[in-house]
Design a protein around this ligand. Structure first.
Ligand SMILES: *Cc1c(COP(=O)(O)O)cnc(C)c1O
Length: 443
């Protein structure tokens, strides 16, 4: 069994350097914190490229694989450039993500547009920019998209997002493939959708089916189950409608290792399982080998990201918890308060401290639920210490807010001893830049 980068908690370049400080991508984290301020998102390029290679190698035996990075995990222009260089396409879910990848110079044929409630404006934009595929989620959207395409005298190239009725054991809020889900066409609605496309929606061309089961998945069996259903439907639609579909999109969802408790599968095991299953259904249903889209988000970007914080105040509750407050929290990482997500952290600047204690790392935001890590054993902390929280690349910056009117952090890309700002820290003027005061209230 070959291991892959999503199976590690820390970036592959993590080490203790000659100064005794934590070091990632050849950069001293204490120096990054003092140079760029905290909270600071750090992305390790080597880890990011390493997981890309894991995926590509794992699927090398099925040349019709199309890797599409799910941008919603972390969408910035520099990260987009790296994934484009690695040969990935992009799964996007909004005008903002489409715009970001477009401005980053991505071939728009390598872009897919997903989402359960796309607007007419977003669909029109996707058509104008020649986005390769649109995954249509529901009947309302079929009608909307056909109208948008007709207005431009274009053909919209689509997949149908379906809900295959597979449950996976992940957090309730990140399951999407079970029957009572807000996403996609129910299996019983596919035929009506196909009939409408064949008879009424002249500006739509259907290429295949799409499903996405959930996120932070550790069970490998769901992918073969999903392929079985998608292939069976393709065969059935061919027999019933004489419809040749040659694309299936099996979504994303592969898990990562936030803490020791998490045991995500390797991309190599998943790859082998998926390819074997594809070959099996191609044989069983006598269908042409389909082009297979994968849309991993979390497993691509999570491990390469860490967040640096500075320790501020602390509070020892008599005979209770010791709270240590950091200068960030739920606005830069909403996952602990949203999903009870757990993380691992280290002190970046403590070298040979042997005295340890159990503390709770609390955020700075005005909510009792703003706790980043409960009961973690760390060297005794002083204010000014730098904390490094691991595995924050996915769904941290992309879910960040300005709660408490706090500026969003900066992001740096580290590689081989070089550090580059890839997202600038917001300043106070950024925070008020969209505010408008009506004349009658002006001073
Ligand atoms: C969120 C999402 C993904 C990516 O999921 P990850 O768990 O981050 O890999 C892929 N496809 C669709 C349709 C999604 O909604």
């Amino acid at each position: 069994m070959t291991s892959s980068t999503n199976q590690f908690i820390k970036p592959v370049t993590t080490k203790i350097n000659s100064k005794g400080n934590l070091d990632i991508g050849g950069c001293d984290l204490v120096e990054l914190a003092s140079g760029y301020g905290t909270p600071l998102y750090v992305i390790d390029e080597e880890t990011l490229r390493s997981i890309c290679k894991d995926y590509k190698k794992a699927f090398a035996n099925y040349p019709k694989t199309r890797m599409m990075y799910a941008s919603k995990a972390l969408c910035t222009s520099a990260v987009t450039r790296i994934l484009d260089e690695e040969g990935f396409g992009f799964d996007t879910v909004s005008a903002g993500e489409i715009y970001t990848v477009y401005k980053s110079g991505v071939n728009m044929q390598h872009v897919l547009f997903n989402g359960s409630n796309k607007t007419f404006e977003e669909l029109s934009m996707a058509l104008s920019l020649d986005v390769g595929r649109i995954s249509v989620d529901n009947f309302y959207e079929l009608e909307l998209l056909n109208g948008a395409a007709a207005a431009k005298d274009k053909i919209a190239h689509i997949l149908l997002r379906i809900t295959p009725g597979i449950e996976c054991h992940t957090h309730e809020y990140i399951q999407t493939g079970h029957l009572d889900s807000k996403f996609g066409f129910d299996l019983t609605q596919i035929d009506t959708a196909v009939e409408l496309i064949q008879t009424k929606y002249k500006n739509i061309q259907l290429h295949g089916l799409h499903a996405h089961i959930g996120s932070q998945i550790f069970e490998t069996g769901i992918y073969p189950d999903e392929i079985e259903i998608l292939a069976r439907e393709i065969k059935r639609l061919d027999e019933k409608f004489n419809l040749k579909l040659d694309e299936i999109n099996i979504g994303g969802g592969l898990g990562v290792k936030y803490t020791e408790k998490d045991v995500p599968p390797s991309t190599y095991d998943i790859g082998e399982l998926i390819i074997n299953k594809l070959n099996e259904v191609i044989e069983k249903y006598q269908i042409d080998a389909p082009t297979v889209f994968l849309e991993p988000g979390r497993s691509i970007i999570s491990t390469s990201g860490v967040t640096l914080y500075t320790v501020g105040s602390s509070k020892q509750v008599p005979f209770g918890t010791k709270y240590v407050a950091l200068d960030g929290g739920m606005a830069d990482n909403p996952r602990p308060s949203m999903y009870q997500a757990e993380y691992v952290a280290d002190v970046a600047n403590k070298k040979e401290v042997t005295l340890k204690e159990k503390v709770t790392l609390a955020g700075r935001y005005c909510e009792s639920g703003d706790i980043l890590i409960k009961n973690i054993e760390l060297p005794v902390l002083d204010s000014g210490d730098i904390i490094c929280v691991y595995n924050t690349g996915a769904y941290n910056y992309s879910m960040a807010s300005n709660y408490n009117r706090v500026q969003k952090p900066a992001m740096v890309l580290v590689n081989n001893g070089d550090a580059h700002i890839i997202v600038e820290r917001e300043n106070l003027d950024d925070l008020i830049s969209h505010d408008v005061i009506p004349d009658r209230l002006k001073k």
